[in-house]
Design a protein around this ligand. Structure first.
Ligand code: PXL
Length: 273
């Protein structure tokens, strides 16, 4: 099969578990060629409780990166942490100019362990400019609540309502990562394509070492879309991939434990084809 090319427009997680690092590792595992347009650099302070700081990249530099990558060609792209409103506007412009087909929007608003929204003004811009262009949006419960402007999402009915509202914003598909946050005896994620709600139910995992799970999930969807799989198949396969990665998450230090991006290939089987 011809080599497929993917782009991530996202931030750098210096600790390597999330952000573009997670995306590139996941693309590699899937046998697609990954390219990166860096939007921001995130550092964690070892002397202050691993406190995150976000340093946005100048929008002109982001544009130059995108020009490089888009001249090569892209089969599917994803967005992660977007450092500023200007970068979000730029992303939307480039999607339109290049008529990009498969767009995965992971509406990153907070990093795990941090409870305040990093850049609230970005949420509104993502809602207006990126969600309507999305093949699929992949919020966690908090991000879904912010995008749908509902309230805290606790039940299966709440999560369905939020998915429908995000679909109404113009996203073709929505997958909400409910995980253990939904009142249910299983961990539940919800997929909505505008017609049917599909609940993915998995046993609740014990691990707390799941840093980077969201980025890894969205990157796996992106790789699968690039390879021509349907949206629903891409989500299902990505779910298996990230579940293995979480099951093999590891303790990095007292603050964080990243997922193991290569776990599926190592312990279950190749996802290269
Ligand atoms: O997991 C969210 C996330 C996304 N992108 C970058 C991050 C983080 C959390 O640390 O650093 C760059």
């Amino acid at each position: 099969m011809e080599l497929k090319k993917t782009l991530t427009l996202a931030g750098s997680d210096s600790s390597g578990g999330a952000g573009i690092q997670a995306d590139l590792k996941t693309f590699q595992e899937h046998g697609v060629y990954g390219m990166t347009a860096l939007t921001s650099i995130v550092t964690m302070d070892p002397d202050h409780n691993w406190n995150h700081e976000v340093f946005p990249i100048d929008v002109n530099i982001v544009e130059k990166q995108l020009n490089t990558i888009l001249s090569i060609g892209v089969d599917a792209m994803k967005t992660g942490m977007l450092g500023s409103v200007e970068i979000i506007e730029l992303g939307a412009k480039k999607i339109d100019e290049h008529k990009l087909e498969y767009i995965v929007i992971d509406p990153v608003m907070v990093c795990k362990g941090e409870d305040e929204v990093l850049q609230p003004e970005n949420t509104e811009a993502m809602r207006e400019l990126l969600v309507p262009r999305a093949t699929i949006v992949t919020p966690n419960l908090f991000e879904a609540w912010q995008l749908a402007k509902t309230g805290p999402i606790k039940t299966v009915d709440d999560i369905k309502e939020a998915a429908a509202k995000i679909h109404d914003l113009g996203a073709k598909n929505v997958v909400i990562k409910g995980g253990i946050g939904i009142e249910h005896d299983k961990a539940v994620d919800l997929f909505y394509d505008g017609k049917d709600f599909t609940l993915f139910k998995l046993d609740k995992l014990e691990t707390t070492y799941n840093h980077g799970a969201g980025c890894t999930f969205a990157a796996a969807i992106t790789a699968n879309l690039a390879k021509g799989r349907s949206v629903k198949d891409s989500v299902e396969a990505a779910k298996q991939f990230v579940t293995a990665a979480i099951e093999h998450g590891w303790k990095m230090n007292q603050y964080v434990g990243p997922v193991m991006h290569g776990a599926y290939s190592e312990f279950i089987g190749s996802v290269k084809n």
